[in-house]
Design a protein. Sequence first.
Length: 543
Amino acid sequence: MSTMLTKWARLRLILVGVGLGCFALVLAARFFQLQIIRGPELREELRREVEKDFPLLPVRGNIVDRRGVELAISTRSYSVVAHPGQIKDAGRLSRELAAVLGLPRQELKEILTRAKPFVFVKRHLTPEKEEAFTAWKEETEGRALAVRKRGERPDEDAVYLIPEARRYYPQQGLAGPVLGFCDIDGVGLEGLEHLFNQDLYGKPKRTVNMLDARGHIVVSGEKAWEPEVMGNNLVLTLDRTIQYIAEKELRKGVERWNAAGGLVVVSNPQTGEILAMAQVPSMDPNLPARYPPEARRNRTLTDALEPGSAFKVFIVAMALDAGVVKPTDRFHCENGVWHLGANQVIHDVHPYGGLMVWQIIQKSSNIGTAKIAAKAGPKRLDQYLRDFGFGSRTGIRFPGETTGLMKDHQRCRSAIDRATTAFGQGVSVSVLQLNNALSAIGNRGVLMEPLIIKEITNPQGEKLKEFQPRPMRRVLSEDTAAKVLAMMETVTQTGGTAAGMSPPGFSAAGKTGTSHDAWFAGFPSHLLCVVWVGFDANQELQV
């Protein structure tokens, strides 16, 4: 009996072994078929289903202030892309995507039927739209799986998400016209974004990505934020805190006087570094299309304005430096009315008699300054004003900078044409030009080239280029600059046209100016600040 059991047990073992052997042979045959015979075909089919080739757009470099505060950065967003050549039923797909993305069905159908291998369907999705698209991909996965089982490729596989860099300005409207803005592809259109587009833009590439069933990239051939595709960074001379204060106070002033607008430039006269450029109205570079052109352009250097009495310091500085006058020389100011001809009259606001040169600055006498200009002569007037930089660009190399308007005084036909220049009428300057010219007085007579970029760094933060302060030329002697600065201090003291304007705890040198608009230029402590507030021509000016 035991012998019979042993025989049956041995037989069962043999049968099991034969069965396992046959099964192994079938598996081996199937493996051979899939891996060897059909292997290349199946691998190519899998690759087509899960791998997508698309352009890897560059990541724009950052813009930061002098202390590293971020003013413009690139953030990650997602865009919907498609391969039109792989879509069979564009009508159905466009109808479904219209509900998901909130776009017109006909517009989507036109995109999905273009004769291109790769198209953008919707750029920079909001988080809500991204979530809706992901949900749609999950909902349609069952249908897509059934199509794949039939050996076909579902249309849904031809539409998926890719990561993109989107330009974002975390300080919102702060220094908006200075920074400028970019288009949807990250190309700078205005401001520093445009001027330094080549440095900031980065390096576009192509890459292959693997997608999951929801259309998200799970393996990337190139990471979107790697240094290879990132642009360089700009470090500005601007100071975020000073910029904020300048914008805040300028808005308050414009609102207080019901003005049409205002401009401010704050700089370091010793280095030429621009610490603030503010304007009202301004714009938020995150939403540039909402603002008119005058709010988008950097008006501190694109707009030419009549400087009014703020120009008088350059006339006096010219005459002092040329040895034509001394600070204590006295000029008769004709009791407020000076007739140059039958119909040519210059007026002062107040009827002054004899004023010394320093008092002409303190009281802002038109007649006294015109007489100083006449004594110096048109040749000196032209030479010094152009040495101060009027009538030419400052060298900041900013898009759209104006040269202003400066007469050739040696060719003026009448005395009144030369005289009006002395008090800033019949000429025009930008706020930056006026600031830069005054910097020569605050810098012991040396004119500096204005600087707004400190350095350019690579994505790792290594310095590629540094912009050093650059003296342009000596305009005044140190002695003359010191005398003019002392005269400007009297403007903010008792008896001056800006009495009481010195910041608490500081002595300030300054000069007021009025035409149709209002100016103030001054040196509070070690900085130089030039302010322009614009009014309507018919509006009564109260300063």
